[in-house]
Design a protein around this ligand. Sequence first.
Ligand code: NAD
Length: 267
Amino acid sequence: MDPYQKVARLLLEHKNISAFTGAGISAESGIPTFRDPGGLWDQFDPDEFGTTGGIIQAALKKPSLIRNFLLQMLDIFEKARPNPGHHGLKSLEDLGLLKTIITQNIDHLHQEAGSSTVIEVHGSLFRGRCLNCGRRQQLNKAELLVRARQFLADEKNFEVGKLVELLPRCPVCNGISRPDVVMFGEPVLQLAEAIAVAEQSDLMLVLGTSGVVYPAAALPCQAYEHNAKIIEINPTGNYYDSISECYIDSPAGAAMPKIIGLLKDLL
Ligand code: NAD
């Protein structure tokens, strides 16, 4: 059977459907993945720029490199909007089919697409966590990007030490709030909730992940062990080959509208 037809039928036959997403679902929004060639991560080693120590080291040794990195990140996030992959998952929720998205992404694009239940196991770039009291606060993305743009504009007077001024203050204790993202080596967030969702799922859509960052990468296996069927959508490989019921070899932004179209015909 055509894999798209099969996925549409599977979606209609199951009741507890979740989605597990990775960097690939945001690739069509212009945010580079870690493992695909080209772009930001060819210039900046994710092993270095993905750890707090690595960033501090780079900032101290080569401030201009950090400024360049932040400017490129800013360009990317100013332009990034949800794409048909994100909107497709929101449509699945609207059709009453999708309950929860577990994402490894930190870009907030599922929420911007309107998805209501999103577990961000690697945190969010647009949420702060107070270094003093631990309180979390949702940040105004547009405001944050404008402040960062103004801060980075002045190349001559750029000082790494002043980067701290960009960080928001905690509304409760006035401590410095760091971006609430999980760097390599730090514990993932909401893991118990994510495992519970995986174990309760009878079907899990896996989109845009190479499945190498643990423990999050184990969630589809945990769902499968609790009898969920796994559907994988990825244009470069069937990374969960041994547990997949169905694999669609396509970018998520092309596959999701086709699946939604078929579902609407079947409903
Ligand atoms: P990854 O970079 O390891 O893998 C991305 C996968 O997506 C690859 O297998 C690739 O083939 C696939 N892909 C590329 N384009 C696609 C598309 N249009 N549709 C569907 N799939 C596509 O990403 P990962 O597995 O998520 O692990 C990397 C870690 O880095 C994650 O923990 C994540 O937190 C972080 N990260 C996040 C973002 C983001 O927030 N957007 C971006 C880069 C990295």
